[in-house]
Design a protein around this ligand. Structure first.
Ligand SMILES: [Zn+2]
Length: 420
Protein backbone atom coordinates (compact mmCIF):
# COMPACT_ATOMS: atom_id res chain seq x y z
CA UNK A 1 0.00 0.00 0.00
CA UNK A 2 1.14 3.52 -0.67
CA UNK A 3 0.51 6.29 1.78
CA UNK A 4 1.44 9.76 0.75
CA UNK A 5 2.24 11.60 3.96
CA UNK A 6 2.16 15.19 2.99
CA UNK A 7 2.66 17.39 5.98
CA UNK A 8 2.84 21.11 6.43
CA UNK A 9 5.70 22.15 8.65
CA UNK A 10 5.03 22.71 12.36
CA UNK A 11 3.73 24.60 14.23
CA UNK A 12 0.72 24.66 11.89
CA UNK A 13 -1.53 21.99 13.39
CA UNK A 14 -3.66 21.12 10.42
CA UNK A 15 -2.55 18.66 7.79
CA UNK A 16 -4.00 16.72 4.91
CA UNK A 17 -3.15 13.03 4.75
CA UNK A 18 -3.85 11.79 1.23
CA UNK A 19 -4.57 8.07 1.11
CA UNK A 20 -5.62 7.44 -2.48
CA UNK A 21 -5.91 9.32 -5.74
CA UNK A 22 -7.81 8.79 -8.98
CA UNK A 23 -7.11 11.26 -11.75
CA UNK A 24 -7.28 14.69 -10.12
CA UNK A 25 -9.45 13.43 -7.26
CA UNK A 26 -8.05 12.40 -3.93
CA UNK A 27 -9.33 11.00 -0.69
CA UNK A 28 -7.78 11.04 2.73
CA UNK A 29 -8.03 12.72 6.09
CA UNK A 30 -7.87 16.29 7.22
CA UNK A 31 -6.22 16.16 10.63
CA UNK A 32 -7.58 18.97 12.80
CA UNK A 33 -7.18 19.83 16.49
CA UNK A 34 -10.71 18.48 17.01
CA UNK A 35 -10.47 15.20 15.20
CA UNK A 36 -10.00 13.73 11.77
CA UNK A 37 -12.21 14.58 8.84
CA UNK A 38 -12.55 12.20 5.90
CA UNK A 39 -12.08 14.05 2.63
CA UNK A 40 -13.50 15.06 0.25
CA UNK A 41 -15.99 16.38 2.77
CA UNK A 42 -19.24 18.29 2.63
CA UNK A 43 -19.57 20.68 5.59
CA UNK A 44 -23.12 21.42 6.76
CA UNK A 45 -23.76 25.08 7.53
CA UNK A 46 -24.59 25.97 11.13
CA UNK A 47 -25.00 29.71 10.63
CA UNK A 48 -25.65 30.68 14.27
CA UNK A 49 -23.76 27.77 15.86
CA UNK A 50 -26.73 25.57 15.01
CA UNK A 51 -27.66 23.51 11.97
CA UNK A 52 -31.26 24.65 11.91
CA UNK A 53 -33.56 21.95 13.27
CA UNK A 54 -30.92 19.28 13.89
CA UNK A 55 -29.33 18.68 17.29
CA UNK A 56 -25.65 17.93 17.70
CA UNK A 57 -26.19 14.27 18.67
CA UNK A 58 -28.08 13.67 15.43
CA UNK A 59 -25.33 15.41 13.45
CA UNK A 60 -22.84 13.04 15.09
CA UNK A 61 -25.01 10.06 14.20
CA UNK A 62 -25.17 11.29 10.59
CA UNK A 63 -21.38 11.20 10.55
CA UNK A 64 -20.78 14.94 10.35
CA UNK A 65 -17.10 15.50 11.18
CA UNK A 66 -16.85 19.22 10.48
CA UNK A 67 -19.37 22.06 10.59
CA UNK A 68 -19.28 25.58 9.20
CA UNK A 69 -20.42 28.55 11.28
CA UNK A 70 -20.83 32.14 10.08
CA UNK A 71 -18.65 34.81 11.64
CA UNK A 72 -20.89 37.72 10.63
CA UNK A 73 -23.98 36.25 12.29
CA UNK A 74 -22.18 35.12 15.46
CA UNK A 75 -20.43 38.50 15.74
CA UNK A 76 -23.83 40.19 15.83
CA UNK A 77 -25.49 37.54 17.98
CA UNK A 78 -24.53 36.40 20.62
CA UNK A 79 -21.28 38.38 20.12
CA UNK A 80 -17.72 37.12 20.16
CA UNK A 81 -17.16 37.97 23.85
CA UNK A 82 -19.94 35.63 24.93
CA UNK A 83 -18.51 32.76 22.88
CA UNK A 84 -14.97 33.50 24.05
CA UNK A 85 -16.07 33.48 27.68
CA UNK A 86 -17.67 30.09 27.08
CA UNK A 87 -14.33 28.70 25.91
CA UNK A 88 -15.02 29.03 22.17
CA UNK A 89 -17.59 27.67 19.76
CA UNK A 90 -16.87 23.99 20.44
CA UNK A 91 -17.77 24.23 24.07
CA UNK A 92 -20.51 26.82 23.57
CA UNK A 93 -22.42 24.60 21.14
CA UNK A 94 -21.28 21.31 22.69
CA UNK A 95 -19.58 20.10 19.53
CA UNK A 96 -16.34 18.24 20.02
CA UNK A 97 -15.61 17.75 16.34
CA UNK A 98 -14.04 20.19 13.91
CA UNK A 99 -15.49 23.61 13.01
CA UNK A 100 -14.67 26.09 10.24
CA UNK A 101 -15.72 29.73 10.33
CA UNK A 102 -15.96 31.97 7.28
CA UNK A 103 -14.49 35.46 7.54
CA UNK A 104 -17.76 37.36 7.49
CA UNK A 105 -16.76 38.92 4.19
CA UNK A 106 -19.32 37.15 2.03
CA UNK A 107 -22.23 38.12 4.28
CA UNK A 108 -21.04 41.70 4.55
CA UNK A 109 -20.69 41.97 0.79
CA UNK A 110 -24.19 40.57 0.42
CA UNK A 111 -25.57 43.55 2.33
CA UNK A 112 -25.30 45.79 -0.77
CA UNK A 113 -26.95 49.03 0.31
CA UNK A 114 -25.74 48.68 3.88
CA UNK A 115 -21.96 48.58 3.28
CA UNK A 116 -19.03 50.77 2.23
CA UNK A 117 -15.66 49.27 1.22
CA UNK A 118 -12.34 51.07 1.79
CA UNK A 119 -8.70 50.03 1.93
CA UNK A 120 -9.03 49.71 5.67
CA UNK A 121 -12.08 47.42 5.63
CA UNK A 122 -15.84 47.42 5.29
CA UNK A 123 -18.29 49.65 7.13
CA UNK A 124 -21.73 48.13 7.30
CA UNK A 125 -25.00 48.22 9.14
CA UNK A 126 -26.43 45.23 10.95
CA UNK A 127 -29.32 43.56 9.16
CA UNK A 128 -30.85 43.04 12.61
CA UNK A 129 -31.11 46.59 13.95
CA UNK A 130 -29.27 48.89 11.54
CA UNK A 131 -26.45 49.53 14.02
CA UNK A 132 -23.10 50.57 12.46
CA UNK A 133 -20.12 48.15 12.43
CA UNK A 134 -16.71 47.93 10.83
CA UNK A 135 -14.93 44.77 9.72
CA UNK A 136 -11.26 44.90 8.78
CA UNK A 137 -8.86 42.02 8.13
CA UNK A 138 -7.56 42.42 11.68
CA UNK A 139 -11.04 42.56 13.19
CA UNK A 140 -12.14 39.48 11.23
CA UNK A 141 -9.11 37.63 12.63
CA UNK A 142 -9.77 38.84 16.17
CA UNK A 143 -13.35 37.63 15.97
CA UNK A 144 -12.46 34.27 14.45
CA UNK A 145 -9.71 33.66 17.01
CA UNK A 146 -12.27 34.44 19.72
CA UNK A 147 -14.79 32.04 18.21
CA UNK A 148 -12.06 29.40 18.13
CA UNK A 149 -12.88 27.30 15.06
CA UNK A 150 -10.25 24.83 13.86
CA UNK A 151 -10.08 26.41 10.41
CA UNK A 152 -10.57 30.14 9.95
CA UNK A 153 -10.68 32.14 6.73
CA UNK A 154 -8.88 35.25 5.52
CA UNK A 155 -11.05 38.35 5.09
CA UNK A 156 -11.54 38.81 1.37
CA UNK A 157 -13.62 40.83 -1.03
CA UNK A 158 -16.09 38.66 -2.89
CA UNK A 159 -16.00 40.17 -6.39
CA UNK A 160 -19.47 40.77 -7.75
CA UNK A 161 -20.73 39.16 -10.97
CA UNK A 162 -20.50 40.30 -13.65
CA UNK A 163 -17.33 42.40 -13.25
CA UNK A 164 -15.07 44.02 -15.84
CA UNK A 165 -11.48 42.78 -15.86
CA UNK A 166 -10.08 45.99 -14.32
CA UNK A 167 -12.62 45.78 -11.52
CA UNK A 168 -11.89 42.07 -10.90
CA UNK A 169 -8.17 42.90 -10.78
CA UNK A 170 -8.60 45.77 -8.34
CA UNK A 171 -10.75 43.55 -6.14
CA UNK A 172 -8.19 40.73 -6.32
CA UNK A 173 -5.39 43.12 -5.36
CA UNK A 174 -7.39 44.31 -2.36
CA UNK A 175 -7.97 40.71 -1.28
CA UNK A 176 -4.22 40.02 -1.56
CA UNK A 177 -3.34 43.05 0.59
CA UNK A 178 -5.97 41.98 3.11
CA UNK A 179 -4.59 38.42 3.09
CA UNK A 180 -1.17 39.77 4.15
CA UNK A 181 -2.78 41.74 6.97
CA UNK A 182 -4.82 38.70 8.06
CA UNK A 183 -1.73 36.53 8.24
CA UNK A 184 0.27 39.13 10.17
CA UNK A 185 -2.48 39.58 12.76
CA UNK A 186 -3.10 35.85 13.02
CA UNK A 187 0.60 35.05 13.55
CA UNK A 188 0.75 37.58 16.38
CA UNK A 189 -2.48 36.58 18.09
CA UNK A 190 -3.04 32.89 17.36
CA UNK A 191 -2.15 31.97 20.95
CA UNK A 192 -5.27 33.85 22.10
CA UNK A 193 -7.59 31.06 20.95
CA UNK A 194 -9.80 30.29 23.97
CA UNK A 195 -9.45 26.49 23.87
CA UNK A 196 -7.14 26.19 26.82
CA UNK A 197 -8.43 29.10 28.87
CA UNK A 198 -10.32 28.82 32.09
CA UNK A 199 -14.02 28.83 31.41
CA UNK A 200 -16.88 30.08 33.48
CA UNK A 201 -19.12 27.31 34.67
CA UNK A 202 -22.62 28.22 35.68
CA UNK A 203 -23.56 31.78 36.58
CA UNK A 204 -23.12 33.97 39.59
CA UNK A 205 -25.57 31.87 41.57
CA UNK A 206 -24.65 31.54 45.26
CA UNK A 207 -22.46 28.58 45.94
CA UNK A 208 -21.71 28.11 42.26
CA UNK A 209 -18.04 27.53 41.49
CA UNK A 210 -16.77 30.60 39.71
CA UNK A 211 -14.17 29.25 37.37
CA UNK A 212 -12.86 25.82 36.69
CA UNK A 213 -10.05 24.63 34.57
CA UNK A 214 -10.63 22.63 31.42
CA UNK A 215 -8.75 19.83 33.13
CA UNK A 216 -11.90 19.32 35.17
CA UNK A 217 -13.66 18.00 32.09
CA UNK A 218 -14.45 14.59 33.57
CA UNK A 219 -15.89 16.15 36.69
CA UNK A 220 -18.03 18.50 34.62
CA UNK A 221 -19.42 15.63 32.60
CA UNK A 222 -20.23 13.55 35.62
CA UNK A 223 -21.94 16.59 37.11
CA UNK A 224 -24.16 16.83 34.05
CA UNK A 225 -22.49 19.95 32.73
CA UNK A 226 -22.23 20.55 28.98
CA UNK A 227 -19.53 18.54 27.26
CA UNK A 228 -16.29 20.44 26.90
CA UNK A 229 -14.38 20.29 23.68
CA UNK A 230 -10.68 19.88 24.38
CA UNK A 231 -8.36 19.77 21.38
CA UNK A 232 -7.22 16.22 20.69
CA UNK A 233 -3.73 17.67 20.38
CA UNK A 234 -3.21 20.21 23.14
CA UNK A 235 -0.32 21.93 21.39
CA UNK A 236 -2.44 22.60 18.31
CA UNK A 237 -3.71 25.98 17.21
CA UNK A 238 -6.10 27.20 14.57
CA UNK A 239 -5.27 27.14 10.86
CA UNK A 240 -5.82 30.19 8.66
CA UNK A 241 -6.73 29.53 5.01
CA UNK A 242 -6.13 31.98 2.17
CA UNK A 243 -8.80 32.66 -0.45
CA UNK A 244 -8.29 32.85 -4.22
CA UNK A 245 -10.37 35.50 -6.01
CA UNK A 246 -10.10 36.97 -9.52
CA UNK A 247 -13.67 36.93 -10.80
CA UNK A 248 -14.34 34.76 -13.84
CA UNK A 249 -10.95 35.53 -15.45
CA UNK A 250 -8.68 32.48 -15.63
CA UNK A 251 -5.55 34.61 -15.81
CA UNK A 252 -6.50 36.58 -12.71
CA UNK A 253 -7.40 33.36 -10.90
CA UNK A 254 -3.95 31.98 -11.66
CA UNK A 255 -2.25 35.16 -10.48
CA UNK A 256 -4.40 35.25 -7.35
CA UNK A 257 -3.54 31.61 -6.58
CA UNK A 258 0.20 32.12 -7.09
CA UNK A 259 0.40 35.31 -5.02
CA UNK A 260 -1.78 33.89 -2.24
CA UNK A 261 0.51 30.84 -2.12
CA UNK A 262 3.49 33.21 -1.93
CA UNK A 263 1.99 34.72 1.23
CA UNK A 264 1.74 31.16 2.56
CA UNK A 265 -1.19 29.40 4.17
CA UNK A 266 -1.80 25.79 5.30
CA UNK A 267 -4.85 25.55 2.99
CA UNK A 268 -6.48 27.46 0.15
CA UNK A 269 -10.06 28.26 -0.73
CA UNK A 270 -11.62 29.19 -4.04
CA UNK A 271 -13.99 32.06 -3.32
CA UNK A 272 -16.19 34.34 -5.40
CA UNK A 273 -18.09 31.59 -7.20
CA UNK A 274 -21.80 30.72 -7.18
CA UNK A 275 -22.50 34.45 -7.37
CA UNK A 276 -24.82 34.28 -10.36
CA UNK A 277 -22.52 33.00 -13.10
CA UNK A 278 -23.54 30.05 -15.35
CA UNK A 279 -22.67 26.66 -13.87
CA UNK A 280 -20.38 25.88 -16.81
CA UNK A 281 -18.32 28.96 -15.92
CA UNK A 282 -18.16 27.89 -12.26
CA UNK A 283 -16.79 24.53 -13.28
CA UNK A 284 -14.28 26.03 -15.70
CA UNK A 285 -12.94 28.44 -13.07
CA UNK A 286 -12.79 25.70 -10.41
CA UNK A 287 -10.92 23.35 -12.72
CA UNK A 288 -8.43 25.95 -13.91
CA UNK A 289 -7.82 27.33 -10.40
CA UNK A 290 -7.22 23.87 -8.92
CA UNK A 291 -4.29 23.43 -11.30
CA UNK A 292 -2.46 26.24 -9.54
CA UNK A 293 -3.06 25.13 -5.93
CA UNK A 294 -0.57 22.93 -4.04
CA UNK A 295 -1.47 19.26 -4.34
CA UNK A 296 -0.38 18.48 -0.80
CA UNK A 297 -2.59 21.00 0.96
CA UNK A 298 -6.36 21.17 1.48
CA UNK A 299 -8.44 22.87 -1.22
CA UNK A 300 -11.76 24.32 -0.19
CA UNK A 301 -14.45 25.38 -2.65
CA UNK A 302 -16.76 27.84 -0.92
CA UNK A 303 -20.54 27.88 -1.20
CA UNK A 304 -21.40 25.12 -3.70
CA UNK A 305 -23.64 23.33 -4.81
CA UNK A 306 -26.15 20.58 -5.74
CA UNK A 307 -25.35 16.91 -4.97
CA UNK A 308 -24.30 16.39 -8.60
CA UNK A 309 -22.06 19.45 -8.49
CA UNK A 310 -20.30 18.60 -5.22
CA UNK A 311 -19.59 15.12 -6.62
CA UNK A 312 -18.15 16.69 -9.78
CA UNK A 313 -16.00 19.17 -7.88
CA UNK A 314 -14.69 16.43 -5.60
CA UNK A 315 -13.74 14.46 -8.69
CA UNK A 316 -11.82 17.50 -9.92
CA UNK A 317 -9.74 17.47 -6.73
CA UNK A 318 -11.65 19.67 -4.25
CA UNK A 319 -11.29 18.44 -0.65
CA UNK A 320 -13.82 20.59 1.23
CA UNK A 321 -17.16 22.16 0.32
CA UNK A 322 -20.03 23.86 2.11
CA UNK A 323 -23.45 25.03 1.03
CA UNK A 324 -26.73 26.11 2.61
CA UNK A 325 -28.63 24.31 -0.14
CA UNK A 326 -29.44 20.98 1.58
CA UNK A 327 -30.59 22.63 4.81
CA UNK A 328 -32.33 25.64 3.27
CA UNK A 329 -34.06 23.56 0.58
CA UNK A 330 -35.22 21.10 3.24
CA UNK A 331 -37.00 23.86 5.10
CA UNK A 332 -38.85 24.63 1.86
CA UNK A 333 -39.82 21.00 1.34
CA UNK A 334 -37.29 20.37 -1.44
CA UNK A 335 -35.65 17.01 -0.99
CA UNK A 336 -32.73 15.46 -2.87
CA UNK A 337 -33.19 11.79 -3.71
CA UNK A 338 -31.66 9.13 -5.92
CA UNK A 339 -34.71 9.64 -8.17
CA UNK A 340 -34.18 13.38 -8.46
CA UNK A 341 -35.46 16.37 -6.54
CA UNK A 342 -38.83 16.03 -4.81
CA UNK A 343 -41.11 18.84 -3.68
CA UNK A 344 -42.82 17.09 -0.80
CA UNK A 345 -45.58 19.69 -0.60
CA UNK A 346 -47.19 18.38 -3.79
CA UNK A 347 -50.64 16.80 -3.47
CA UNK A 348 -49.45 13.76 -5.43
CA UNK A 349 -47.66 12.54 -2.31
CA UNK A 350 -50.72 12.82 -0.04
CA UNK A 351 -51.34 9.07 -0.08
CA UNK A 352 -47.93 7.86 -1.19
CA UNK A 353 -46.89 5.09 1.19
CA UNK A 354 -43.40 4.70 -0.22
CA UNK A 355 -40.26 5.91 1.49
CA UNK A 356 -39.04 9.38 0.56
CA UNK A 357 -36.07 7.78 -1.20
CA UNK A 358 -36.25 3.97 -1.41
CA UNK A 359 -32.50 3.86 -2.02
CA UNK A 360 -31.68 5.90 1.12
CA UNK A 361 -31.17 4.25 4.50
CA UNK A 362 -31.28 7.38 6.62
CA UNK A 363 -33.38 7.37 9.78
CA UNK A 364 -36.15 9.31 7.96
CA UNK A 365 -36.41 7.10 4.90
CA UNK A 366 -36.29 3.95 7.04
CA UNK A 367 -39.25 5.04 9.12
CA UNK A 368 -41.61 7.49 7.42
CA UNK A 369 -43.71 7.58 4.26
CA UNK A 370 -43.90 10.38 1.73
CA UNK A 371 -47.55 10.76 2.75
CA UNK A 372 -46.58 11.48 6.36
CA UNK A 373 -43.78 13.87 5.39
CA UNK A 374 -46.17 15.67 3.07
CA UNK A 375 -48.72 15.94 5.86
CA UNK A 376 -46.14 17.35 8.28
CA UNK A 377 -45.07 19.96 5.74
CA UNK A 378 -48.62 20.93 4.79
CA UNK A 379 -49.51 21.25 8.49
CA UNK A 380 -46.45 23.42 9.17
CA UNK A 381 -45.26 20.99 11.84
CA UNK A 382 -41.78 21.66 13.25
CA UNK A 383 -40.98 18.00 12.69
CA UNK A 384 -41.22 18.53 8.93
CA UNK A 385 -38.17 20.82 8.99
CA UNK A 386 -36.25 18.44 11.23
CA UNK A 387 -36.90 15.30 9.17
CA UNK A 388 -36.41 17.02 5.82
CA UNK A 389 -33.10 18.49 6.94
CA UNK A 390 -31.86 15.17 8.33
CA UNK A 391 -32.58 13.42 5.05
CA UNK A 392 -31.00 16.10 2.85
CA UNK A 393 -27.86 16.20 4.99
CA UNK A 394 -27.63 12.42 4.92
CA UNK A 395 -27.99 12.49 1.14
CA UNK A 396 -25.16 15.02 0.78
CA UNK A 397 -22.91 13.10 3.17
CA UNK A 398 -23.70 9.83 1.36
CA UNK A 399 -22.77 11.52 -1.93
CA UNK A 400 -19.33 12.31 -0.53
CA UNK A 401 -18.97 8.78 0.88
CA UNK A 402 -19.64 7.45 -2.60
CA UNK A 403 -17.01 9.72 -4.12
CA UNK A 404 -14.46 8.64 -1.51
CA UNK A 405 -15.19 4.97 -2.23
CA UNK A 406 -14.92 5.69 -5.97
CA UNK A 407 -11.50 7.26 -5.52
CA UNK A 408 -10.31 4.40 -3.34
CA UNK A 409 -11.60 1.80 -5.78
CA UNK A 410 -9.60 3.45 -8.54
CA UNK A 411 -6.37 3.39 -6.63
CA UNK A 412 -4.00 0.72 -7.88
CA UNK A 413 -3.16 -0.09 -4.29
CA UNK A 414 -6.79 -0.27 -3.15
CA UNK A 415 -6.29 -3.45 -1.10
CA UNK A 416 -5.14 -2.41 2.33
CA UNK A 417 -6.77 0.99 2.17
CA UNK A 418 -9.86 0.93 4.34
CA UNK A 419 -13.07 1.60 2.50
CA UNK A 420 -15.74 4.08 3.47
ZN1 LIG B 1 -33.20 9.48 3.55
Amino acid sequence: MIYLWLEYNPPVPLRLQIEATRGSARTGKLITPHGEVETPVFMPVGTLASVKGVSQDVLEELGVEILLANTYHLYLRPGVETVRQMGGLHRFMSWERAILTDSGGFQVFSLNELRKVSEEGVAFRSHLDGSPHFLSPEKAMEIQIGLGADVIMAFDECTEYPAETHRARASMELTLRWAERCKSYFEEHRHEVPWGRKVHVGTAAPGCPGERNLADVAELRSAGQPRVAVPTRPEATQALFGIVQGGMDRGLRRESAERTIDIGFPGYAIGGLSVGEPRAVTREIVESTLEHLPSNQPRYLMGVGTPEEIAQYAQLGVDMMDCVLPTRAARHGLLFTSEGKISIKQARYAQDESALDPACDCRVCRRYSRAYLRHLYASNELLAQVLNTVHNLYYYLATMRTVRAWVRAGCVTAPGVSRA
